[in-house]
Design a protein around this ligand. Structure first.
Ligand SMILES: Cc1ncc(COP(=O)(O)O)c(C=O)c1O
Length: 337
């Protein structure tokens, strides 16, 4: 799933725990980290880093773009003393439906000739959007159970590079529960240092079987198609997709911008009430301004068609002036490969 032959640590915790594990296993108190304001989750991760006593260089963003690789090179090239020890990137920003280009970010770090580690959050991309931990030179990949792996929340992961493992041997941030070392030692013998969430392990086995049966390239292609069909619907309705760079469109979810003066949460409430369908809310800065259509995990053409039909009817019921040909545009996209 991660595209790695290295160890993957499994925690009985939500994704937030795996964020913390990535930081505390590799860094020292006072180390600098480079973070990017791509959305709500990137903002929370850097807040955590500050809370742990790290010094955060937080590059501002408009929540409509991913991480700009050129900015990565600029910031790292300016850091001649190599104070920055890690670059933290959210691969797919669940709050915006924008996917950052990890291979280009890796190349940007290399272009600056900088030794910083690369930490990537794949909580809403793993198992939905193409991702390759080893090939893309990622040091710690953070993932969770509740999105592309189609499981309940409560299990999370760190995939670890050799370089990150090496860093963990001398890093000094306090850790006990999150410590990779006892986990990896126990895993070697087929055990865990504390009680694993066995019920989710059984679920994970089944989720991996399902993904394997479909074939990961097919899973990624399905998500890409569903993203395309959803954007066709949004544009057909005469509305705007939040993501502004076509290289960064998300296969997991699409955020839809509401016209000026329309409360996105009222539209969501109408759709929940009438069709029993729960759409994602705008988070943080985007509260009330957007809603999010999830199209990841156990999802097929008909579930997407039903979802988009519900959104189209709901928009009309909420009094949002939309062109009723949006759904048709999505169906046309779904009729082709
Ligand atoms: C991209 C991303 N990172 C981190 C998190 C936090 O994970 P959790 O809520 O499982 O702790 C989420 C949650 O949705 C997320 O979407």
């Amino acid at each position: 799933m991660f595209g790695t032959t290295n160890p993957v640590v499994v925690y009985p915790a939500t994704g937030t725990g795996a964020w913390e594990a990535a930081l505390v296993n590799t860094l020292d108190p006072g180390d600098a980290v480079l973070c990017f304001e791509t959305g709500h989750f990137a903002t929370l991760w850097q807040q955590m880093a500050r809370g742990l006593g790290l010094e955060v260089d937080f590059v501002p963003g408009d929540w409509r773009h991913g991480v700009n690789p050129e900015t990565v090179t600029e910031r790292l090239a300016a850091d001649r003393a190599h104070r920055i020890k890690a670059v933290c990137v959210v691969h797919n920003e669940t709050s915006t439906g924008v996917t950052s280009r990890i291979p280009e970010i890796r190349a940007a770090i290399d272009a600056a000739g900088h030794p910083a580690l690369l930490h990537v959050d794949t909580i809403s991309s793993l198992g939905s959007i193409d991702y390759r931990h080893d090939e893309w030179g990622v040091d710690v990949t953070v993932a969770g159970s509740q999105k592309g792996l189609m499981l309940p929340p409560g299990m999370s992961f760190n995939a670890i590079s050799d370089k990150a493992l090496e860093a963990s041997k001398t890093s000094r941030l306090p850790r006990t529960f999150w410590d990779w070392c006892p986990m990896l030692e126990a895993n070697e013998r087929g055990f865990f240092p504390y009680t694993p969430n066995t019920n989710l392990m059984f679920g994970l086995k089944e989720a991996l079987r399902l993904l394997d049966e479909e074939g990961l390239p097919n899973v990624f292609a399905r998500h890409t198609r569903h993203g395309e069909a959803t954007r066709a619907a949004v544009r057909g309705w005469g509305l705007e997709v939040l993501c502004q760079d076509e290289r960064e469109y998300s296969g997991s979810l699409t955020a839809v911008v509401m016209p000026e003066g329309v409360d996105a949460d009222k539209v969501r409430a109408v759709i929940l009430d009438r069709f029993d369908m729960s759409l994602g809310a705008g988070l943080g800065k985007l509260a009330g301004k957007i809603f999010r259509i999830g199209h990841l995990g156990a999802f097929n053409d008909l579930t997407l068609a039903g979802t988009l039909a519900g959104v189209q009817m709901g928009l009309a019921l909420a009094g949002v002036p939309v062109d009723q040909r949006g759904l048709g545009a999505a169906l046309e996209r779904l009729q082709t490969d």
